[in-house]
Write a protein that binds this ligand. Sequence first.
Ligand code: ADP
Length: 253
Amino acid sequence: MNTSAPVLTAAAARVIDAVKVYGSGDTEVRALDGVTVEFPAARFTAIMGPSGSGKSTLMHCAAGLDTLTSGSAHIGATDLSVLDDRRLTLLRRDRIGFVFQAFNLLPTLTVAENITLPMDLAGQRGDSEWIDALIDVVGLRDRLHHRPSELSGGQQQRVAVARAFAGRPDVVFADEPTGNLDSRSGEEVLGLLGRTVREMDRTVVMVTHDPVAASHADEVVFLADGRLVDRMPDPTPGRVLDRMKDLDPKGGA
Ligand code: ADP
């Protein structure tokens, strides 16, 4: 083997020829119309596109929350289409983290308990050194015994970010993670997602309609009408905005 050959970046997640059809006959919608895309490991990828372009559908199918009509979705080397419901649930629990627009924290639990909840439910101890490092990265060391209601929105989303990464998943999917935050808190959460990728070698895939949010990613993939239409490495807010204007002159994202 030639050890000086460049190391190819492995895909943490990918979809191949992904088609998703909702409804049938007159009401049929092709939400995904033959998308092939990979999300490289240890990278931060944003999915952008006009409203209705298929962003959420792509994320849900890539993350095993929904199934494709045809084509395949893979987490690492695992083909999700061959898994039964039980194995799919275990895969989501053990190998995928989620951050949603609504923080989805349990109000009666402390910050520390919310962070380790998925592992506690799974009867796993977790890697305490890793979780400890994570708590510092998200800046919640002095809030561990607070309840979510005692925290700002930005702090609550930082708890959700820590929870998503706590089990060292192969990939974290974030669906409009800054949608409920003011711009300053949103910037903090995005900076945090970026730091977790760059400093802790994690993989993040984020759906967003916000060019500023997308510019925190290493790369942006653009969807239009259920198809992958472009990829942009090293995005800036201005370039993302210009591309979006081409895709959606009405600005309905
Ligand atoms: P985006 O996230 O880019 O706004 P979506 O993935 O939510 O786009 O939707 C893509 C298309 O699929 C839209 O036309 C939407 O109306 C349709 N769609 C999404 N979910 C459903 C569903 N459960 N039933 C029927 N149509 C759906």
